[in-house]
Design a protein around this ligand. Structure first.
Ligand code: BJ8
Length: 429
């Protein structure tokens, strides 16, 4: 039996106006889930200790850092999408946190207000605020939403009654006039962040923040590249955990820890040390993000003896594959460089979105996977429909493929396990 514990901070939670008793039960459940999913893995890299500790301190240690920043007048901003340029928040001395939306526990809170038949990520996130069961939601100065999918953009209007929620208009196409609008939206975002920070962002601030974020993304690219070795020196579950922690950890510290881990993984590659059994079937996942603590697909696939070697997702490569051009100077040029970088993200909310189809096939080849699991959260229309094109491209390329549409409830676990095992048997031989 593991002695792992997510640490309790009831006084801190009380001061944040949370439902302390209920949250404490959720803390115990998440700790138990984490211990069962993660700590029994054989032969984990020593460098995972830092990330395990980030989970142990998720409801206290990092929250204290956010509150300390706020006390210094530095803005703390919650986001739900990788289209929000973190560089601008960092440039103002602020902190950007990706808010959680990966738990079934908060869904009933949302269903008291929102329709049931919408995306579980939207419901989970909304429920965390409605039920006062997320310290991050309680700590942020405001939330920055976006007009990506219908579920999110309509939800912001209701969320705004509970926490100030500003919305960035993300266009649906990528024509020159759409890009011009986007650039305007990035300027508005900068103005909002400056207003809350009480100071203007200088060119030096923004140049520094671009470097910090590029370094973080390079570290994640390096980690992803190491996962592509066969045998993979780290499990897919651990890869996913690091990607999830990337959304709330302090970027400089996080980058150093990822780099340290990569040094260790390089040694393991040379020595052919792997967490998954040598010869484990290699799978790539493509599709909707997996917000903390959504480990459902990884638990099922790796529980069946296979290994996930790549996430083509906003929790994965869509977050870190593109860098901002560091070679430009002047505020205008840097804001244009930010627009350029962010428009490369190939979310299914765009039309047309041919880049994503090409990218999925490229990542399949790069990762030396043997098959693709396309994953869509229930009721996510854009990913669900784009699945048709991903499937067609895989058929054309002869790539083994399966599609999973799921939510956060455990109800479909048995059925998914059977389907996944059949898929692995088909591609593993
Ligand atoms: S850039 S994928 S993070 S919007 S919430 S679209 S799953 S119905 S999260 Fe996303 Fe930004 Fe795109 Fe990435 Fe579907 Fe659910 Fe909407 Fe979702």
């Amino acid at each position: 039996m593991s002695d792992f514990e997510i640490k309790p901070y009831p006084e801190l939670w009380g001061a944040l106006g949370m439902d302390v008793e209920r949250f404490d039960k959720m803390r115990l459940m998440m700790g138990d889930m984490f211990a069962k999913s993660y700590l029994g893995q054989p032969n984990r890299p020593a460098g995972m200790a830092y990330f395990d500790n980030m989970i142990a301190e998720i409801h206290g240690g990092r929250i204290k850092e956010l509150l300390a920043a706020k006390a210094e007048g530095r803005p703390v901003i919650g986001t739900f999408c990788v289209y929000i340029p973190e560089e601008i928040v960092l440039a103002a001395g602020g902190i950007c946190v990706g808010l959680c939306g990966g738990s079934q526990g908060s869904v009933p809170d949302a269903e008291k207000t929102l329709p049931r038949n919408i995306c579980p990520m939207v419901k989970s996130a909304f429920g965390f605020k409605a039920g006062r069961i997320c310290p991050y939601f309680q700590a942020v100065d405001f939330v920055y939403g976006e007009t990506t999918c219908d579920a999110k953009k309509k939800c912001w209007e209701i969320l705004d009654k509970m926490v100030p929620t500003y919305v960035m208009e993300i266009p649906q196409c990528k024509r020159p006039r759409d890009i011009a609008l986007w650039n305007e939206e990035i300027r508005d975002f900068k103005a909002k962040v400056e207003e809350v920070a009480g100071r203007a962002i200088t060119e030096a601030d923004l140049a520094g923040a671009i470097k910090v974020m590029n370094a973080k993304r390079r570290a994640l690219q390096r980690l992803n590249g190491l996962r592509h070795h066969n045998p993979s020196p780290i499990s897919g579950k651990d890869g996913l955990l690091i990607e999830q922690i990337a959304f709330y950890d302090e970027p400089l510290r996080f980058t150093e820890k990822v780099k340290d881990l990569c040094d260790e993984l390089e040694e393991r590659v040379k020595a052919r040390v792997a967490v998954p059994a040598t010869g484990a079937t290699r799978v790539m996942v493509a599709g909707t993000p997996m917000a903390l603590p959504n480990w459902k697909i990884h638990n099922l696939v790796e529980g069946a003896g296979a290994v996930i070697v790549n996430e083509e997702s906003c929790i994965g490569t869509r977050y870190f594959k593109d860098l901002v051009d560091e070679g430009v100077t002047g505020m205008e040029a840097m804001l244009a460089a930010l627009t350029d970088r962010y428009k490369e993200i190939d979310c299914s909310c765009f039309t047309p979105n041919d880049e994503r189809i090409t990218q999925v096939i490229k990542e399949f080849r790069d990762s030396r996977a043997q098959g693709i699991i396309s994953y869509s959260l229930q009721f996510c229309h854009t990913y669900n429909i784009e699945e048709v094109r991903i499937r067609q491209a895989c058929e054309a390329e002869g790539i083994p493929y399966m599609f999973i549409e799921s939510d956060y409830s455990p109800e479909d676990m048995g059925q998914l396990q059977t389907r996944i095992e059949a898929f692995l048997e088909q591609i593993g031989g």
